[in-house]
Ligand binder design. Structure first.
Ligand code: GAP
Length: 440
């Protein structure tokens, strides 16, 4: 049984994100635009932390992985070879009365969920966003904004093999924006038209693919647990039959229990040799690997763990959200893992009209900033400042009071236990670094 208390309502998350500066609607002053969101000061830090941890764990700490940053705009033939022009479609239905459009799999019994009107037969709608390169908008200048970062890695296979001198199995990792003309962007940042992906393409010898697939499923599942996600809100689900993408032999989704139900956080697919063979055939360039053990050329199979950074950020936000009663008042706190917390420490003067306290607090914040995200704030009473930092998920608040001028110590408050301890000023940074795990 899940704890009802911690299953937060989505509206609560949306409102907190706006109130505290995590996420705003894009172009809000013009009425907003569907499926686009802007990350504010704390949202951008959260996303950066997710990306940095992923990169550290996947690229920096592994000997079998290299990074890549390929362009968003690619040759249009890439999308023919990849199968996206033909197969990257969603079935779409229109309401004959209100003219709204829906994904066919999201409506039931041919009835419009908005007005109850009759729906048309479904037809296929390509999800790639078109754009034109150069001054002439004709077929010759048509290309697409990439719908996945993956293809940049496949078309660079020969380059990477040559420069990295890696032997199978090895992988490429990439973080970047992708775009999809989603018919029904929904659930805040869960399904958007512009989003960031963190993708791995792991090249293995044919025949070892199923074993590597299982290894990566486990590895990626454990990654979310490592950064504090609640085990009971994560599950694995295998794709069945028609659900499989056109390139996949098998796919597992890591699903998270969002406020709107279980939904995909990351997909881990066995893409077989489909992509390398397709690009080889269409480009005329051989994309294979010379196996010295067997003296033969093989086309590697690809295992692809593909996650969304916006979805991970949303899941970590929802997961961190907690409410409790403190002195008969509601306390909202984001209990982020320290490495994910957007701000590690906030420093306040107890009295903002005492210049010596203000100067000392600013000095401490500036010293901390050398090693971690730290902020200075004196724009409210201490109680309110604590509440603000609890809602941002800041692990430590440091208060400089009148006594600090004599005993050269400050009060350090722990976000989760709310315990306050007195720490000598010269020891503050090391104390925090130790409690944060020295990795912020
Ligand atoms: N290269 C494989 C691929 O792109 P996918 O399952 O379509 O597979 C991978 O996407 C991940 O990208 C998803 O698990 C999700 O986290 C994220 N993602 C996909 N579409 C998204 C969207 N419209 N909005 C936000 N994130 C999205």
């Amino acid at each position: 049984m899940l704890d009802e208390k911690i299953l937060v309502d989505m509206d609560e998350i949306v409102s907190l994100c706006k109130r505290r500066g995590f996420i705003f609607q894009s172009s809000e002053i013009y009425g907003g635009i569907g499926g686009s969101w802007d990350y504010g000061p704390f949202g951008v830090e959260l996303k950066r932390n997710i990306k940095n941890l992923w990169w550290r764990d996947i690229v920096q700490r592994r000997d079998d992985m290299v990074g890549l940053d390929a362009a968003i705009l690619m040759h249009p033939r890439v999308w023919e070879a990849s199968g996206h022009i033909e197969s990257f479609t969603d079935p779409l239905v229109d309401c004959k009365s209100c003219k709204r459009r829906f994904r066919a799999d999201q409506v039931q019994d041919g009835i419009c969920p908005e007005c109850g009107g009759e729906l048309t037969e479904s037809r296929l709608f390509n999800l790639m966003l078109k754009t034109f390169l150069g001054p002439v908008e004709d077929d010759a200048s048509l290309t697409y904004l990439r719908p996945e970062t993956a293809q940049g890695m496949f078309v660079n296979f020969a380059n990477i093999l040559e420069v990295s001198r890696k032997k199978l199995p090895f992988g490429m990792a990439q973080i970047g924006k992708s775009f999809r003309n989603e018919i029904t962007p929904r659930n805040f940042t869960f399904r958007t038209r512009e989003f960031e992906q963190m993708e791995i393409e792991f090249f293995v010898k044919p025949g070892t693919d199923e074993e590597w697939h299982q290894r990566w499923v486990q590895e990626r599942f454990d990654w979310y647990l490592r950064y504090g996600m609640r085990r009971e809100r994560l599950r694995l689900r295998q794709h069945q039959g028609k659900e499989l993408a056109h390139y996949a032999k098998a796919t597992y989704d890591i699903e998270y229990l969002f406020p709107f139900g279980w939904a995909e956080l990351e997909g881990i697919s066995n893409r077989t040799d489909f992509d390398l063979r397709q690009h080889s055939a269409q480009s005329g360039r051989e994309l294979s690997y010379f196996d010295e053990e067997t003296n033969t050329h093989v086309v590697p199979y690809i295992i692809e763990p593909s996650g969304g950074i916006d979805r991970a950020a949303l899941a970590f936000l929802v997961d961190a959200y907690d409410e409790e009663r403190v002195l008969k008042r509601k306390r909202v706190v984001l209990r982020f893992h320290p490495e994910l917390a957007p701000v590690k420490a906030a420093v306040f003067p107890l009295l903002r009209n005492r210049p010596e306290l203000v100067a000392l607090a600013k000095d401490i914040a500036s010293e901390l900033r050398e090693d971690m995200m730290a902020i200075y704030d004196d724009t409210a009473s201490i109680g309110r400042l604590y509440r603000r930092q609890d809602e941002i998920g800041t692990p430590f608040c440091i208060t400089v009071d009148v006594e600090s001028l004599d005993d050269h110590a400050v009060t350090v408050r722990d976000r989760d236990s709310m315990e306050q301890v007195r720490v000598p000023i010269p020891e503050v940074k090391d104390t925090l670094l130790e409690r944060l795990g020295k990795t912020c």
